[in-house]
Design a protein around this ligand. Structure first.
Ligand code: PLP
Length: 356
């Protein structure tokens, strides 16, 4: 693919790595390409980071045709930069695009775009422990018309943001509220697609949970509010009586790459892992009789996030005395070890970025 590069003539100062939050600072450039029905994807370019100009009737502003991805570039201890399973993100984006009637990306072109962009911006990858360069590819429908239909015009963009360590003061288990009113997604809906609309619909429950002192909600299925689905922006796993259980992908759950990686690591080490339905009754029973040994969320941002307390219908249960469990810690060490190049990557998950 031909990618034009317009270098910014005013490179920004790199931020002090100790002040990095999440997604507030952006790099010097962005990747952009456009789509229309006649030409397909065209005008691939890496240009100075700047505001977009879109028509006030643009589809995305009215009908929410938007999908996104999230992955990171990591600075290895040997100084080089690498990605983690980037092709998985591209494939998932195409699955999301299919669901929202947005155009498909050519896998190889999208990977090339991502890699070229990271090559150009790699100096923005911080090296302090736990930090990374967060990459946010996204695509939106961009027809200049209020008619409701599958889009004819779309835009694909990749932006990048250096982010700080998720765990500044050690890995502290989080408190999660099981949401029994709002639902995030239903089978047949967009739950398995990484789209902005899912987030818009989940903010209310998230706000309510925060007001009660919980960091995120655990969603139940949208039909019966009976089966456990996932947590905010993370998938969820439990260890009950030695069995590691994660909700199976029924269509309303986002197929996380961290989830998949956790399953693959655990299975390769002989753990008993089940992807199955887990009812909130079974979970409650396990909390009551003490067989719930560990619970954790998993996603790109935190890698794994131990759950120290669950609250269901105002009943609170403390898990593993509110401390991180052995399996949770092991997954954290293994995945972050591979990502930052400190543990041998026997799964071939990492993707090196060369010097430009
Ligand atoms: C992105 C996301 C996840 C985690 O996916 P990863 O690929 O592991 O980062 C889980 N749930 C939702 C709703 C998400 O948007």
């Amino acid at each position: 693919m031909d990618i034009k590069f317009v270098k910014s003539n005013k490179l920004k100062e790199k931020p002090d790595p100790s002040t990095l939050g999440f997604g507030k600072i952006f790099t010097d450039h962005m990747f952009v390409m456009d789509y229309n029905k006649e030409e397909g994807w065209h005008d691939a370019r890496i240009v100075p980071f700047e505001n977009l100009s879109i028509h006030p009737a643009s589809t995305v502003l009215h009908y929410g045709s938007e999908i996104f991805e999230g992955l990171k570039a990591y600075r290895r201890t040997d100084g080089t930069v690498q990605l983690f399973r980037p092709i998985e993100n591209i494939r998932r984006m195409n699955n999301s695009a299919e669901r929202l009637c947005l155009p498909q990306l050519d896998e190889e072109d999208a990977l090339e775009a991502l890699v070229k962009f990271v090559e150009i911006e790699q100096d923005w990858t911080p090296s302090q422990k736990g930090t990374s360069l967060y990459l946010r590819p996204f695509m939106f429908g961009n027809d200049e018309s209020l008619g409701v239909h599958a889009v004819n015009n779309a835009t694909f963009i990749i932006i990048a943001s250096p982010v700080g360590s998720y765990y500044k003061e050690g890995i502290n288990p989080v408190k999660i509220m099981i949401e029994d009113e709002d639902v995030r997604a239903v089978r047949g809906g967009t739950g398995y697609a990484k789209c902005g609309g899912n987030y818009a619909a989940s903010n209310r429950a998230g706000e309510r949970a925060e007001q009660k002192g919980y960091s995120q909600v655990l969603w139940l299925d949208g039909v019966e509010r009976k089966y456990v689905e996932e947590v905010g922006a993370m998938n969820v796993m439990f260890k009950i009586n030695g069995e590691i259980i994660t909700p199976k992908l029924t269509g309303s759950i986002l197929p996380g790459i961290t989830r998949k990686s956790c399953i693959e690591v655990l299975k390769s080490e002989g753990y008993n892992v089940s992807e199955r339905l887990l009812s909130v009754d079974e979970l409650e029973q396990a909390m009551d009789d003490g067989t719930l040994e560990e619970a954790w969320g998993c996603g790109t941002a935190a890698v794994v996030s131990p759950i120290g307390e669950l609250c269901y219908k105002d009943k609170k249960s403390i898990i593993n005395s509110g401390k991180i469990g052995d399996v949770t810690q092991h997954l954290y060490d293994t995945l972050t070890g591979i990502q930052w190049g400190e543990v041998e990557d026997k799964f071939d998950w990492t993707y090196p970025i060369s010097k430009p």
